[in-house]
Design a protein around this ligand. Structure first.
Ligand SMILES: Cc1ncc(COP(=O)(O)O)c(C=O)c1O
Length: 453
């Protein structure tokens, strides 16, 4: 595996690991949960601390100098976010939100769903996208789901959309990269859906620091993401990047401070502001937003092609190595959910460790041993039930019956028991980021191998 990393550019990553992420090695931690949260660099944190110590930031809704300092930070951050997703500022706006979920909710609560304007979801979606179906349903809109194939890729999505389109268009929502399997869904689906008359909401929270979504090439109407997935600091800020024309289709269900040109109490009237501010309820998180310029500067010191090549090399090395592991009798030690090669996938790998008879060990057992060894991975279904249902092969009738039987007594353990002793209800997820090195992955391989019998 180390040989694969002896390539130009790998020195930069070693240097950054030593200089910016020394705390990982100081604490003997193999952090492999970048799909949950990226990590900030030490110099990024210092720069932010200095900014706070020296700067005076006021509420951007006021007009004085400290407010103008905050306003400048907002303007810079909007521009950096547009750059990262290669979005034309003449077409797109950036609305700051608390996180990806809040960005998606802005669309869900104000999209004009109706019996003729429905929702299409990929089966692979985070629950923060799945939840939009509740808004659609409450407007009497149909909800359709595009299914997955056995590699957890979308199965003939364009044909599926054409079928749905016969009953009317609406909103299509899918992730650029799955937070479950690492699958990169085909971005040409954006324009194919738009050609059929759909609006497209792209969830980009799973792409992390890899800037491979270009809104010039794949001009989604809405794109949602969280900044901490990119560079760790700050938390509490995400954004909805949206075409101005798409924002104009939304009907906000309320107004709040900061979103209005005027409100009259006596006449019961209000007028929303034009532009992104009409979607930014109340005071924006201006101190956190002030950290974004430094976050992008930190990330931009690594050329994107190098970062993407590095993550692909490491992921490929892990994938090929982990699949050779076996028990003493030759029985395989892991089952990978999703693509087993690097074709159209990112640095997220979901798997289970198998016993010699091929049954999956409970993911919490593997997770506990990982944590005891200082390896930070995630276990469960990662808020992505559609991918989990396909990966674990749940029977539709069995699930329905179990949920009915369990009622208020639902727990994951009780659910698994009711599906039967061989059922699988969770996996282990390992996800790579800018600081990841070969040693982190060696430790993950060692962890899996420690279950060999
Ligand atoms: C693909 C995807 N979408 C949405 C979200 C929700 O992001 P947040 O919790 O920042 O709102 C996540 C979080 O892990 C995610 O991975």
């Amino acid at each position: 595996m180390l040989e694969a990393l002896k390539r130009p550019g790998s020195d930069l990553f070693d240097t950054l690991r030593a200089r910016e992420f020394a705390r990982l090695d100081d604490q003997n931690l193999a952090y492999l949960d970048y799909a949950a949260a990226g990590l900030y660099g030490a110099s990024q944190a210092r720069r932010y601390a200095e900014q706070l110590q020296e700067g005076i930031f006021g509420n951007p809704h006021s007009q004085h100098g400290p407010s103008q300092a905050s306003e400048r930070a907002l303007v810079q951050a909007r521009s950096a976010a547009l750059d990262f997703f290669d979005a034309d500022p003449a077409i797109y706006e950036v609305c700051f939100t608390a996180n990806t979920s809040a960005a998606i909710k802005l669309v869900g609560e104000s999209y004009p769903f109706s019996p003729r304007r429905g929702l299409v979801l990929s089966a692979d979606n985070h629950n923060s996208v799945n939840g939009v179906r509740e808004y659609a349903r409450s407007s009497g809109a149909a909800v359709a789901v595009l299914p997955l194939d056995e590699d957890l890729r979308l199965f003939e999505p364009q044909a599926g959309l054409r079928k749905v389109a016969r009953n009317g268009r609406g909103l299509l929502a899918f992730p650029a990269q799955s937070n479950f399997s690492g699958v990169r869904h085909p971005l040409d689906l954006v324009q194919a859906a738009q050609a059929l008359g759909f609006d497209v909401l792209l969830d980009a929270a799973g792409t992390g620091a890899a800037a491979y979504v270009s809104l010039r090439d794949n001009p989604a109407d809405f794109l949602a993401f969280s900044f901490y997935k990119l560079f760790g600091l700050p938390t509490g800020v995400g954004a909805l990047i949206a075409k101005r024309t798409a924002l104009a289709k939304l009907r906000r269900p309320w107004f709040a401070g900061g979103t209005v040109d005027y409100v009259t109490v006596e006449h019961g009237r209000h007028r929303l502001r034009s532009g992104p501010e009409s979607f930014e309820d109340g005071t924006p998180n201006f101190l956190a937003i002030a950290a974004l310029e430094g976050g992008f500067a930190f990330l931009n010191q690594v050329p994107q092609p190098d970062l993407q090549a590095r993550l692909a090399t490491l992921t490929e090395a892990f994938l090929s190595r982990v699949q050779t592991l076996s028990h003493r009798d030759g029985a395989p030690l892991v089952e990978i959910y999703g693509p087993k090669t690097m074709e159209a996938r990112g640095g997220v790998v979901a798997f289970n460790v198998l016993d010699p008879r091929g049954g999956a060990l409970p993911c919490d057992l593997v997770e506990q041993r990982a944590h005891a060894q200082g390896i930070a991975v995630r276990g469960g279904c990662f808020c992505n039930p559609g991918s989990a249902e396909r990966a674990f092969g749940f029977g539709r009738y069995d699930v329905e019956k179990s949920l009915d039987d369990l009622g208020d007594g639902f727990t994951i353990k009780a659910f698994q028991r009711s599906l039967g002793p061989q059922s699988v209800v969770g996996a282990v997820r390992l996800s790579l980021g800018l600081p990841t090195n070969a040693n982190d992955l060696d430790r993950a391989i060692g962890l899996v191998n420690s279950f060999a019998a």
